[in-house]
Design a protein around this ligand. Sequence first.
Ligand code: XIL
Length: 368
Amino acid sequence: MKTLRLVVILLVVFASESVLAQSLREAVGKYCLIGAAVNQWQSDGQVPEADAVLKRHFNCAVAENCMKPEVLAPAEGIFDFRTADKFISYCQQLGLKATGHCLVWHSQAPDWWFTNGYTAAPVSKEVLKERLIKHIKTVVGHFKGQVIGWDVVNEAIEDDGSFRKSPYYNLLGEEFIEIAFRTAHEADPDAELYYNDYSMAKPSKRDAVCRLIRHLKEKGLRIDGVGMQSHNGLDYPDLKEYEKSIEAFAACGVKVLITELDINVLPNPEGFGGAAVEQNFEFQQKYNPYANGLPKAKQQELDKRWTNLFKLYYKHRNQIGRITLWGVSDENSWLNGWPIKGRTNYPLLFDRNYQAKPVVNEIINIFK
Ligand code: XIL
């Protein structure tokens, strides 16, 4: 009996060791790119734990913030590539393909962007078009050959399928999207170009994104992929609707990219929805129930959600070009600070000490 027990234990240890010997990069990376968003401290080389995880488990990365217009274009006529250039060389050092996020977004644009000079008066249509083109030409030109693809337009469609009434849309109409894709392609003909958005499982949004892809293609413009951000929760989105979107986008002839994957386990405040970064709710203790750790039942629920998602990605591995997590470790996920500041969330695959969570092995097994 004793010997049998020992054999069983050894087998279990051996089995988990051999699984541990594999990485996400080796398993998931056989079928598609697997990446993470990297913050400025990490790409500046200040977090050795992040270097190790990225090198072992990922084959691509995206800058969490430093390639957004507010960072690259702090004042009119001034471009600041210092942090973004460090991100690119960080990726090169670690053997990660870099993707660019993002060229055109109503959010995280610098203060001067939508105003006329330093007055509060709104910018004119002509000037905004000029700024848009100049930004894309300069930025895409700067990173030519260093990024494999760009989120050209981020979040231009509302959940009901209408165009977001952003300053871009209000001044330039939907043509701003065509201008953006055309200019990006001219600036780097080898870069892939993507449309990226959240709540992509919503049927009206799905249909509108499909219409947009078809429209761009009819105009002869290049679009290679659609990014489904995937800021998910334990019970949203409905995976059947999410799968329908994967299938619908693939049927439009583009790659499906899971671009900002994380899973929120904390209770959402009333009125919260989607991933619009402008949402901001006041801290209340009841919204931060797991500050000292996740109860076992919650952990199990979370693990189940991860495996269900990755089973779906495996099923659609021929249509999915990339899976990018929105962060490296729970320690620095944006979901600790959004939509409520000061919470403790558990949204990623590596814990606060940059250790792989047990569910990583289950994901590896799905893709083995
Ligand atoms: C987030 C970053 O993670 C935060 O650090 C920042 O304060 C706000 O933006 N959709 C996107 C990403 O496309 O750029 C956002 O990133 C998250 C939602």
